[in-house]
Design a protein around this ligand. Structure first.
Ligand code: C6P
Length: 410
């Protein structure tokens, strides 16, 4: 298997040579949003500089070229996640919008009072609040697969939780807080056996490991471009074609219709049925370039690199007195995030002190408040890793933590 040469990877990321507070930046917040390689920036700049015009509208060269590049980006993304055809890829603004699209369109059309939705206790708000709102509005029950003390899903009560009343099951493939990598197979098998629709939040999976939506056999799969080296403003919803065909539109307006009279309108076929208005096509082209970049690195190599980094980080952080580390300690089932709490130091204070050293980590509830209620803490600190992360940056983090402890006399 290929391994990552981080020294040469880092040369592709201009931002990594910036200084923060006079120190070389140590960027440990890629789970929130990743940095972008020059290849992505250049692909987008090429469109703006050489062939920019709105897509799907003009019969002139710039517009036709833009449309072609947009279509190519869709095909690349389909291939990257093992989707059967480009029409199953709907471009959205981000994962949040993709999940809302399913809740608003599929949920409101096909779920009935008394039906049940099953999610898990570790969800990000993006895969929690849309189901909670839908459940309250439609008189549905919302149930949760609980966590074990180690931060895994407790599947021992799966048959009790997912029953013939369950119409939809949704879960994150990788937790943005605990790093837990969920094995989708047993949950999907149980959901299939009762005929429930399966939605997977792949926001923290697609950027970091090989994903194949057909092998997984989910019905919908959502993720964001900005966490996988792509630009902001572009996300993806994969959906099985017969479901996308059966669903009503989410947003309406230009581009998503075939004809409009004073009395009625008819809808375009998927995916355009779900892409009302001028799409973020330059961003989609940028995401296509990000997918090319990741494919050239090899997703097995990306995963192996992060596994090694997280293993090193778990080791180094467990040496720091007064540290509580959340999530599985086995790097084989852990993505590239390390969430922790330090005795007597608020995560925001720690993040502020680390910033003085040029180190960026995230502090807070990471948009997973119900999970933090389960963990019994208000806030945590989180370092997260990607293709450009080096072990010396983990060393810098640990040194920074010791310095913060000294400053705060802890
Ligand atoms: N998590 C984090 O720092 P958007 O904001 O739509 O691009 O992604 C939402 C989302 C959905 N699911 C999971 C598992 C996520 O981690 C995220 C985004 C970021 O953890 C920002 S809150």
């Amino acid at each position: 298997m290929k391994t990552l040469d981080t020294a040469s990877v880092r040369l592709d990321f201009p931002i990594l040579s910036e200084l923060v507070n006079g120190k070389p930046v140590v960027f440990l917040d890629s789970a929130a949003s990743s940095q972008k390689p020059a290849q992505v920036l250049q692909a987008m700049q090429r469109v703006y500089r050489a062939t920019y015009a709105n897509v799907h509208r003009g019969v002139y060269t710039f517009s036709e070229r833009g449309t072609e590049l947009y279509d190519q980006a869709r095909a690349k993304i389909a291939q990257f996640i093992g989707a059967p055809r480009p029409e199953t890829i709907v471009f959205t603004r981000n994962a949040t919008e993709a999940l809302n699209l399913v809740a608003y369109s599929y949920g409101r059309a096909f779920l009935r009072p008394g039906d049940e939705i099953v999610i898990t206790e570790l969800e990000h708000h993006a895969n929690f609040v849309p189901w909670m709102v839908l459940a309250k509005e439609r008189g549905l029950a919302l149930k949760f697969i609980p966590l074990t003390a180690e931060g895994m899903l407790d599947l021992s009560r799966l048959d009790e939780l997912i029953t013939p009343k369950t119409r939809l099951v949704s879960f994150a493939q990788v937790s943005n807080v605990l790093g837990t990598i969920i094995d989708p197979a047993p949950i999907i098998a149980r959901a299939r056996s009762v005929g429930a629709t399966i939605v997977v939040d792949g926001s923290q999976a697609v950027p970091h490991m090989p994903v194949n939506v057909q092998d997984m056999d989910c019905d919908f799969y959502a993720f964001s471009g900005h966490k996988m080296l792509g630009p902001t403003g572009i996300g993806v919803l994969y959906g099985k074609l017969h479901l996308l065909e059966a669903m009503p539109p989410f947003l309406t307006g230009g581009d998503m219709i075939t004809s409009v009279t004073f009395e009625r309108a008819t809808w375009n076929d998927p995916p355009l049925k779900f892409e009302a208005g001028t799409p973020s096509f330059v961003e989609a082209i940028g995401l296509g370039a990000a997918v090319d970049y990741l494919s050239a690195l090899g997703m097995d190599a990306v995963r192996a690199h992060e596994r090694a980094i997280v293993e090193y980080a778990l080791e180094r952080m467990s040496e720091v007195p007064g540290t509580r580390i959340f999530g599985p300690t086995d790097p084989a089932i852990r993505g590239g995030v390390l969430t922790f709490a330090l005795n007597g130091i608020h995560p925001h204070d720690l993040a502020t002190l680390l910033d003085r050293e040029g180190i960026a980590i995230r502090a807070g509830h990471h948009c997973a408040q119900p999970l933090h209620i389960r963990l019994g803490v208000n806030a945590t600190a989180r370092a997260s890793f990607y293709v450009y992360t080096e072990t010396r940056e983990i060393d810098a983090l640990v040194e920074g933590i010791y310095k913060a402890k000294k400053t705060l006399r802890k």
